[in-house]
Design a protein around this ligand. Structure first.
Ligand code: TRP
Length: 472
C-alpha cells in the first residue's frame, strides 16, 4: 500500500462520524413507523432494552475489532479471529453494497420533497393537491428517480473520495450540528402544538397487552439497523480510532445519541399527526406514508404547525443530511475493503465502488413503477419465499434480504467472533485502559457478548426461519 492509512483527527470527529452513520433513515423513516404499527409504549420500552442489552455490547465489539487491527471489515476479522472469518467480513461488504443500492433511492426522495416544499413555501400550497398522488407519481417516474438517486450517489462518492479526514469527518462535523439544530427547533415548536401530550402518551405509556413475540423481534432487528451494526461498518470506522480514545465511552455516546434522536424525531412526527387528527391516513399509507405523504401536507395545513411552511423544507434538509452521513459510511465499508485488501488507491476505489453500486441503484430506482422488469422482479418458489418473502421488485427483495437475513446473520457471527474466538487479552486491552469510564465492567460486557447478544440474535434468525417474521 502506498497511501498512508487515514485516522480521525479527534475523538469528537470520530463520534460525530459514527453517530452520523447510525442516525439515518432508520431513525426518521423506519423507527417512527414501526412504533406506530406496534402501538408505541411497550414497543418503545422493549426497543430500549434491545439497544442497551444487545446494541451497546455489539457496538463495543465492532469498534474494538477495528481499532485493534486498524483494518476494515474483511482484514480486521481475518487478523483478529482467523483467516476463515474474512468471509464474515465479505458478507458485511456485500450487505453494505446492497443496502446502499436501495437506501440511496429513499434518500433521493428527500431531495424531491425538499424541492416541492420549498416551492410551496414560496408559492403557497396548491389547493386540493393530493400528496398521495404526488408521491406515487414521483416514485413511478423512472427518469426523475434515476436523476434523484444519481444526484445522491454523486454526493456520497464525492465525500468518500476525499477520505476519512477530509471527506467523511469534515462532512460529519459540518452536517451533524446542523441536523441537531433543525431537530431541536422542530422539537421546540412541537411542544407548542395541541397534539404533543397525546403523542408523548402514545410513545411513552406502555401497555403490554398489545405486544407479541413478533414485536419483540422487530425491535431487536431494528436495533441492529439503526446502530449500523452487523455488517462491519463500525469495524471499519473503529479502524480509524486513535489509541488514546476510549472505545467504551465512544460507544456509549453514539448509542445514546442515536436513541435520543430516534425518540425526538418520533415525538415530532406524532405530535404533527395527532394535532391534525390524521391517524387514519397514516395507518393506511404504510411505511413511506408517514414521512412522504402525511407530513408534507401537514406542514402546510392551517393551524397545525406554527410556521410550518418554513419548517417543511428544513425538515427535508434534515432527512437528506441524515441520509448522506449514512450513505457515506455504507460506501466507506465497500471502498475501504477494496483499498485495504486489494491495494487500490482511494480515489480510484471510491469511483469504482460507487459506480458498481449505482448499477443496482438503477434497479432500485425503477422499482416503484419506473420500469416493469425492476418493479415486478421476483424469485419464485420456496427459495424466493424463504429469502425474499415473495416480495416483488428489486427494492422490496433487497430490503427484505438485508434486514431479515444479512444483518442478523452477520451480527451473530460478529458477536461469536468477539465473544468466543478473540483472546480475552485482546478485547480487554482495547476496552479497558485509563480512558475507560468508571461504569464499565469488562466481565459484564463479556457476559452480554457471549450469552445475551448471541441468544437474542439467534432468536431473530429462528423467528425469520420458522415463524416468518418480517423486519423490513
Ligand atoms: N443506521 C442507518 C440508519 O439508521 C442504516 C444503516 C444500517 C447503516 N447499516 C449501516 C448506515 C451501515 C451506514 C452503515 O439509517
Amino acid at each position: 500500500m502506498t497511501e498512508q492509512r487515514g485516522n480521525w483527527t479527534s475523538s469528537a470527529g470520530f463520534i460525530l462520524a459514527a453517530t452520523g452513520s447510525a442516525i439515518g433513515l432508520g431513525n426518521l423513516w423506519k423507527f417512527p413507523f414501526i412504533t406506530w404499527e406496534n402501538n408505541g409504549g411497550a414497543f418503545v420500552l422493549v426497543y430500549l432494552v434491545c439497544i442497551a442489552a444487545v446494541g451497546l455490547p455489539i457496538m463495543m465489539a465492532e469498534l474494538l475489532i477495528g481499532r485493534k487491527t486498524q483494518k476494515s471489515a474483511v482484514g480486521a476479522l481475518k487478523e483478529a479471529v482467523g483467516p476463515a472469518w474474512g468471509l464474515v467480513g465479505m458478507w458485511g461488504v456485500l450487505c453494505g453494497f446492497i443496502l446502499l443500492s436501495y437506501y440511496t433511492v429513499i434518500a433521493g426522495w428527500s431531495l424531491f420533497f425538499f424541492a416541492k416544499t420549498a416551492g410551496w413555501m414560496v408559492g403557497g400550497f396548491p389547493a386540493g393537491a393530493s400528496l398521495g398522488e404526488i408521491f406515487t407519481e414521483q416514485s413511478a417516474n423512472g427518469t426523475l428517480q434515476l436523476g434523484l438517486s444519481l444526484g445522491f450517489s454523486i454526493a456520497t462518492v464525492s465525500v468518500v473520495y476525499f477520505g476519512v479526514q477530509k471527506g467523511i469527518e469534515k462532512i460529519a462535523r459540518l452536517f451533524l450540528p446542523i441536523l441537531f439544530l433543525i431537530l431541536a427547533l422542530l422539537f421546540t415548536v412541537s411542544f407548542a402544538m395541541e397534539g404533543s401530550g397525546e403523542a408523548l402518551a402514545f410513545i411513552f405509556r406502555p401497555s403490554f397487552g398489545e405486544l407479541d413475540g413478533g414485536s419483540v423481534l422487530e425491535a431487536l432487528g431494528h436495533a441492529f439497523f439503526t446502530l449500523s451494526l452487523g455488517m462491519g461498518a463500525m469495524i471499519t470506522y473503529g479502524s480509524y480510532i486513535a489509541r488514546n480514545q476510549s472505545v467504551v465511552k465512544a460507544s456509549g455516546i453514539i448509542v445514546l445519541l442515536d436513541t435520543v434522536i430516534a425518540l425526538v424525531a418520533t415525538v415530532i412526527m406524532f405530535t404533527v399527526i395527532f394535532t391534525a387528527g390524521m391517524q387514519d391516513q397514516v395507518s393506511e399509507t404504510g411505511t413511506v406514508g408517514m414521512l412522504f405523504i402525511s407530513l408534507p401536507q401537514l406542514f402546510f395545513a392551517e393551524g397545525v404547525v406554527p410556521g410550518g411552511r418554513f419548517l417543511a423544507p428544513l425538515f427535508y434538509v434534515l432527512v437528506a443530511l441524515a441520509a448522506l452521513t449514512s450513505t457515506m459510511s455504507l460506501l466507506e465499508v465497500v471502498a475501504s475493503y477494496v483499498i485495504d485488501e486489494h491495494g487500490i488507491a482511494r480515489g480510484k476505489a471510491t469511483l469504482m465502488c460507487g459506480g458498481a453500486v449505482f448499477v443496482f441503484t438503477i434497479l432500485a430506482a425503477l422499482s416503484f413503477g419506473g420500469a416493469d422488469f425492476a418493479t415486478s422482479m421476483s424469485v419464485p418458489g420456496p427459495i424466493g419465499d424463504l429469502f425474499f418473502a415473495g416480495k416483488t421488485s428489486w427494492f422490496g427483495m433487497a430490503d427484505h434480504f438485508v434486514s431479515n437475513w444479512m444483518l442478523p446473520t452477520g451480527g451473530l457471527a460478529i458477536t461469536i467472533a468477539a465473544g468466543w474466538f478473540m483472546a480475552r487479552e485482546a478485547s480487554e486491552g482495547e476496552l479497558v485502559d485509563d480512558t475507560t469510564p468508571g461504569w464499565f465492567s469488562y466481565d459484564v460486557w463479556a457476559f452480554f457478548i457471549r450469552f445475551v447478544a448471541p441468544a437474542a440474535v439467534a432468536a431473530i434468525i429462528i423467528a425469520v426461519l420458522f415463524f416468518g417474521v418480517d423486519f423490513s
